[in-house]
Ligand binder design. Sequence first.
Ligand code: PNS
Length: 158
Amino acid sequence: AVCPGTFDPVTYGHLDVIGRASAMYVAVIVGVVNLPWRKGNTLFTVEERVAFVQNATSALPNIEVEPFSSLLVEFARTRGAMAIIKGLRAISDFEYELEMNQLNRRQAPDIESVYLMASPKYSFLRSSGVKELATFGGEIEDLVPDEVARHLKERLGR
Ligand code: PNS
């Protein structure tokens, strides 16, 4: 299975979904979007974003982390994945993911998308919120791995 995302930066919410996917599939490839279409410039380079996910998942033997610059379904196909795994938090995610699902299904009807519901303690966690907190000196230690928190404070702290 492929777990795709921008991961700018990875949060404990992403890691929860990745960890649960790793228990369900023989192999999980975390696909880190190089240049996301909808999100403009990322705060962290793709190399940094990949390294953060790699360091946070190093204890899980069946996970690989790779950047990709193609269509998601092409990436999934070239890596031999049968499924795309996504996390869903609140209803607000549903509309966006439904649209993505239709786009992806049109391109590759054979690759199924699978949705894991966010664990309640992470259901309002998103990377942009963590970046906002980091900018204004909020507590982020329980939202992202220590390495990520350090880099966020260095880059954004005012
Ligand atoms: O919102 P995210 O987590 O940054 O999602 C990124 C991604 C690639 C999972 C989402 O944009 C998607 O499902 N895109 C499907 C269309 C596609 O392949 N676009 C090219 C890569 S942006």
